[in-house]
Design a protein around this ligand. Structure first.
Ligand code: HEC
Length: 221
């Protein structure tokens, strides 16, 4: 009888050490006075210990067995796996190796749209309409940002030329006396990103701008 009693206390103490600080006392573990009166539960203790930890779930018991270091390691491994898998999907679905612009490729156009909003919309407008009065000159002689939606004669540039203007900026392709305000994106955008932005631009072009660009590109070769 005494042995059974102390074994039970031991088990209870072990359980409490494992759970201490992590689990609020379950409501069911408070003492029911009627049971105490009837002598069903010893007076100094609450309800009898449960043999199964109240949280019960596999993850919970695993976490408590691992200890703080083990949990840290588990979390690190989990985050690593998430990043790796995410990266693989990103690579696969966003064309990080693209070497041309395909305005019919929804994934490339989608990536281009995001990048355009982040890097170009500030000057060329969210709807690609360019600055108002883009067709005139600014008082200092520079030209304002022009529309990229196909309404300006941007189609006279082939994809490769568009790529170069975006990558290296407008200045290298302008006369030395002219200040071109189109900045270079060489350090901000990877080549594949630039192709994606071009794909996005061209997805907004009307068919005749696409046709003219094809003709202009063919002529210049
Ligand atoms: C700081 C403002 C600014 C930002 C940001 C900017 N541009 Fe420009 N862009 C200009 C200006 C101004 C011109 C016209 C330059 C000129 O002709 O003198 C221009 C010209 C261009 C041209 C040449 C079009 C043509 O037909 O000559 C292209 C293509 C272009 N921008 C694309 C982009 C793309 C794509 C981005 C984002 C990655 C971008 N620009 C970001 C200001 C900007």
């Amino acid at each position: 009888m005494r042995d059974a009693e102390s074994a039970r206390r031991d088990r209870r103490a072990r359980l409490e050490r494992r759970l201490s600080g992590r689990i609020p006392k379950a409501p069911g573990r408070t003492l029911d006075p009627s049971r105490r009166l009837r002598g069903l539960v010893d007076t100094e203790e609450d309800a009898p210990p449960a043999d199964i930890p109240p949280r019960g779930a596999f993850a919970g018991s695993l976490a408590s067995r691992l200890g703080p270091k083990g949990r840290f390691l588990m979390a690190a491994v989990f985050i690593g796996v998430v990043i790796t898998v995410g990266d693989l999907f990103w690579e696969r679905y966003t064309n990080q190796t693209a070497i041309s612009a395909d305005h019919t490729n929804a994934a490339q156009v989608g990536l281009g749209h995001t990048l355009y909003d982040q890097h170009c919309a500030y000057c060329h407008g969210l709807n690609l309409a360019g600055k108002p009065d883009w067709d005139g000159d600014y008082p200092n002689g520079n030209r304002p940002a022009l529309p990229l939606d196909g309404t300006a004669p941007t189609w006279r540039l082939g994809d490769r030329d568009l790529f170069d203007v975006i990558k290296y900026g407008g200045q290298p392709f302008s006369p030395p006396t002219y200040i071109n305000d189109m900045p270079a994106f060489e350090t901000e955008l990877a080549d594949a990103d630039i192709w994606a932005v071009i794909a996005f631009m061209k997805s907004r072009w009307p068919q005749d701008a696409l046709t003219r660009q094809k003709e202009a590109t063919a002529e210049s070769q």
